[in-house]
Design a protein around this ligand. Sequence first.
Ligand code: PMT
Length: 221
Amino acid sequence: MMAGTVLSGRRFVVSAGPTYEDIDPVRFIGNRSSGKMGFALAAAAARRGADVVLVAGPVHLDSPADVRRIDVRSAAQLHAAVLAALPADCYIGAAAVADWTPRAVAAHKLKKTDGTDALALELVRTADVLADVASHRPRPRLVVGFAAETDDVERHARAKLERKGVDLIAANRVGIAGSGFESDDNTLVVHAADGFARTLGPAPKTQLADALLDLIQERLP
Ligand code: PMT
């Protein structure tokens, strides 16, 4: 397919996939993100001619054409890679970044100690990549977040939009079959700071990526 040019000269940074927070050399805390949604967005932006940097957590997906891919593992690495890729015209945070990480990574595999049937892990908050991008100077012209929710999707998504200072937030329901994590299809409800809301889908993530990019293009100054 011929690449489009409508976004040529625009720089996009897209994050995708999960992060893995190591506990010891063999164990980690992860999540169910496959990277499909973020990779579809990076591919769609590149097809429209944007210069795309894709910061990817650990996923089993081939790189989209004409995209510069940076592989990371942890939330801290994703944070550093995204901020290093700025300045950009648009940041899209589709990655499922861990909110918590072990305070320390054990140097050796944790052993089952005789007489102990519980293990307490101390977790500390990770940096919020999306909020840090939204307050970065120079700020991307458009900062787009996702909200992965199991309940009260609209209320939680609008609260995240405001708390994180983003321009658009794409809310999706997780924890059910056929949307959110891992599936090929999804439904997005996109909210903007000015009260705008639009439902996209249900549809394959590849189609949703194009529909979300249409909204992004309309709002990209
Ligand atoms: O990867 P797939 O299997 O295709 O699934 C797609 C998806 C469900 C992962 C995707 O559509 C999605 O919802 N991504 C965001 C997942 C998430 O972490 O949502 P959240 O509601 O916990 O976070 C809100 C926003 O803050 C997100 O843009 C997230 O990238 C960002 N965030 C969160 C925590 C953190 N420390 N830094 C962040 O930047």
